[in-house]
Ligand binder design. Structure first.
Ligand SMILES: *Cc1c(COP(=O)(O)O)cnc(C)c1O
Length: 390
């Protein structure tokens, strides 16, 4: 007999939640009053720049913004996105047809398979990777085909490893640079290879560029749309969340191929009603206003990165120096699994990190540190790790 509360097969098909054990240990430690250093959260601790907050307050007071917004986003917001793309990447976008507002980029990434993936269709997904690529695929009834991204190949998928019939059948591919969780970056020629492959096989290429503005040491991450032919097959997802410390505000956007955006937009008009207009006005202020808070945030994360990397290297650890994102992706010491090591850090040092296997099977053997706490706390974390007997 059917039972109230029994979940649909599509929910049952979602990958297991692998952070339950860490969550339990964290609650235990908190209950005991432990002084936890939480390096597990991919959420900026820095505040939203004040001119953006002020713009929201102003726009929130205007009655015309209290009504349903337009589905595709205010034209002025989409024009601000187009202007930002021109100045940041030298890419021309038609605001009316090549830009779509999103309620955070997670919303668009999660919904896009519903527009193009039929039950049984294959979707190419990086492993380790942001879990939403897989969740959105599975909820649409699609089949995730994992592309390993490993240190030996600079965390870029090896397209030659993918069987031709898989490429011929796949509907969609996700890539993400600067990358969460590995903090790796991709050169433009990799983007060119991805676009060429997608054109050859008729694959929708989705590039998640949530961390495009969090770059260090003068590095500037490119846009996939800088590549020749990209607009024929690709969309790029962006977010104001990480760039402007606006994770709670829920605003992002997708740009690129008009037919792909139209499909995503059609799913959205049937499920949501767009981004609160006051938030869109604040988004315009973010994209068109002074960018020095973005540079300050970069320098802040860069200093934190240096404290962590130098500290761990002084303890004899091998740590790659990331050029972008606010994560550091680190191999666990020999003899430990990701889960075991994360549990030890929590129980014996009061440090929360994210075990790499939570991002996919090829994340096993690593853990992810988020640089979203002040420098002094990172120093304290390094000190505590130094005291551990591993
Ligand atoms: C944080 C994050 C996002 C989404 O952020 P939104 O707040 O939904 O815009 C998308 N992709 C990756 C890889 C992220 O880490």
């Amino acid at each position: 007999m059917k039972r109230v509360g029994e979940q649909a097969r599509r929910l049952q098909a979602l990958p297991a939640y692998l952070f339950a054990e860490i969550d339990r240990l964290k609650q235990e430690a908190i209950a005991k009053g432990a002084d936890l250093i939480n390096l597990g959260i991919g959420d900026p601790d820095l505040p939203t720049p004040t001119h953006i907050v002020r713009r929201l307050a102003e726009a929130a007071a205007a009655p015309e913004n209290h009504r349903y917004p337009s589905y595709e986003g205010l034209l002025s917001f989409r024009q601000a996105v187009a202007a930002w793309y021109r100045s940041r990447f030298g890419v021309e976008l038609e605001a009316e047809r090549e830009v779509l507002s999103l309620i955070g980029s997670k919303e668009g990434i999660g919904h896009i398979p519903l527009a193009f993936v039929d039950p049984g269709d294959m979707v190419l997904i990086p492993d380790p990777g942001y879990p939403v690529y897989q969740a959105g695929t599975v909820l649409a009834g699609g089949i995730p085909v994992l592309m390993p991204v490993v240190r030996e190949r600079a965390y870029l998928p090896d397209f030659d490893e993918i069987p031709r019939d898989t490429l011929a059948a796949a509907k969609m591919m996700f890539i993400n640079y600067p990358n969460n969780p590995t903090a790796s970056v991709a050169p433009l020629d990799f983007f060119q290879r991805a676009v060429d492959l997608a054109r050859e096989y008729g694959i929708i290429l989705c590039h998640d560029a949530a961390y495009s503005e969090i770059c260090f040491d003068g590095y500037l991450s490119p846009s996939l749309l800088q590549v020749q032919g990209a607009k024929e097959v690709a969309v790029e997802f962006h977010s104001l969340s990480k760039t402007y410390n606006m994770t709670g505000w829920r605003i992002g956007f997708a740009v690129g191929n008009t037919e792909v955006l139209a499909g995503l937009g059609r799913v959205k008009t049937n499920l949501d009603s767009g981004v609160f207009q006051a938030v869109q006005y604040a988004g315009i202020a973010a994209l068109t206003g002074p960018q020095d808070p973005v540079e300050e945030a970069r320098l802040t994360y860069q200093r934190r990165r240096d404290v962590l990397v130098r500290g761990l290297r002084a303890l004899g650890w091998e740590v790659d120096v990331p050029r972008a994102s606010f994560y550091v992706w680190i191999p666990v010491p020999k003899g430990y699994t990701s889960a075991r090591f994360a549990a030890i850090l929590l129980q014996q040092a009061g440090i929360v990190v994210t075990p790499g296997n939570g991002f996919g099977q090829f994340g096993e053997g690593f853990f992810r540190v988020a640089l979203t706490v002040p420098e002094a706390r990172i120093e304290e974390a390094v000190y505590r790790i130094g005291r551990l007997c591993l």
